[in-house]
Design a protein around this ligand. Structure first.
Ligand SMILES: [Zn+2]
Length: 83
């Protein structure tokens, strides 16, 4: 018997900000994206449980930006949905 396991990167969840932000990397002004990127332990190619989750606030044009905390991600995405 053999077992296939590993790490699986899920498709990132993207929430578009309601605010515009200027990117000094590509010199464009646009609505930046809040991105949740989750890596899960997988068994037979099926995700079983999350191993690590990272949150980013990124420019949608050049993907330059910063890593943010989960609290900050939750606060900013909830503000988006309340509008
Ligand atoms: Zn940019």
């Amino acid at each position: 018997m053999f077992v296939i396991f590993g790490l699986d990167d899920a498709k990132p969840e993207i929430t578009v900000s309601t605010f515009t932000n200027h990117c000094y990397h590509c010199n464009n002004t646009s609505k930046w994206h809040y991105v949740k990127h989750q890596t899960s332990f997988s068994l037979f190619f099926l995700p079983v449980f999350p191993v690590k989750t990272k949150y980013y606030y990124l420019c949608p044009i050049c993907n330059h930006g910063d890593e943010i905390s989960s609290n900050e991600y939750d606060r900013m995405t909830q503000q988006n949905y309340q509008r």
